[in-house]
Ligand binder design. Structure first.
Ligand code: T5A
Length: 210
């Protein structure tokens, strides 16, 4: 039986990493085999790419960033995600292709219609793999950024501040509007347990149908 591929998306500090871990524990307790992973990352090479691409001191133009993310994703899909899906696991991935469309596309002045090239490059890197379900953890950028800042701001995107986070939010909501069947938007402003309950409600319904 083919597994289920679920990606978590949203602003920096929206709680994706926390939720991936919490939700994985609950699903494992229900008897599911669950793999958690993240982007950029998930393989030795992709973790090295992560260091490069998030380094705020290393100048990288947007196309170079895209190609680095896609190189990392190609490895990640081939070596980690696809084998886990083939083994029937639920894969919970902390960010995936939609982050590229938002961070390297919609926030760079591209409109939705102009994302076609980026989508094609991404589809090539992923060999056509698309998440079965994507959960966007959404909320007021100021509130969410404050959580992250209290832990220390360090990477290439976080240092771009509140205005950039607002653009990111608009970007994820635009994608969700365009693909409402796949992308579900959840309110991430509550406590971690409240957000977890919302996610589990969506997941239980989704897994019943899968
Ligand atoms: N990127 C990524 C691209 O530009 N293009 C791409 O194609 C891809 C794949 C990744 C960066 O790379 C960019 C996007 C990102 O900027 P990252 O460090 O992995 O870098 O960044 P994030 O994915 O944003 O991870 P963060 O750790 O910053 O945020 P999370 O995972 O959303 O949040 P989390 O769970 O770590 O929580 C942050 C803090 O808030 C607390 C946690 O304990 C933690 O301290 N918290 C809560 N506090 C109150 N209420 C809740 N509900 C809370 N949930 C968590």
């Amino acid at each position: 039986m083919q597994g289920v591929f679920i990606s978590f998306e949203g602003l920096d500090g929206s709680g994706k990493t926390t939720q991936v871990q919490q939700v994985a524990e609950v699903l494992r307790g229900q008897g599911y085999e669950v793999l958690t992973t993240r982007e950029p990352g998930g393989t030795v090479l992709a973790e090295k790419v992560r260091e490069l691409v998030l380094d705020p001191l290393l100048p990288l133009n947007n196309m170079t960033q895209v190609l680095l993310y896609l190189a990392a994703r190609s490895e990640h899909v081939e070596k980690v995600i696809s084998p886990a899906l083939a083994a029937g696991k639920i894969v919970l991935c902390d960010r995936f292709s939609d982050s590229t469309l938002v961070y390297q596309g919609l926030t760079r002045g591209l409109q939705l219609e102009a994302l076609e090239n980026l989508k094609q490059l991404n589809a090539y890197a992923c060999r056509g793999l698309v998440p079965d379900l994507t959960l966007v953890l959404d909320g007021d950028p100021h509130k969410l950024l404050t959580r992250r800042v209290s832990r220390g701001v360090s990477d290439r995107y976080e240092i771009q501040g509140l205005e950039f986070q607002k653009q990111l939010r608009r970007g994820f909501l635009t994608l969700a509007q365009a693909e409402p069947e796949r992308i579900r938007v959840l309110n991430a402003e509550g406590s971690a347990d409240e957000v977890e309950q919302q996610i589990l409600a969506v997941l239980q319904q989704f897994l019943k149908k899968a």
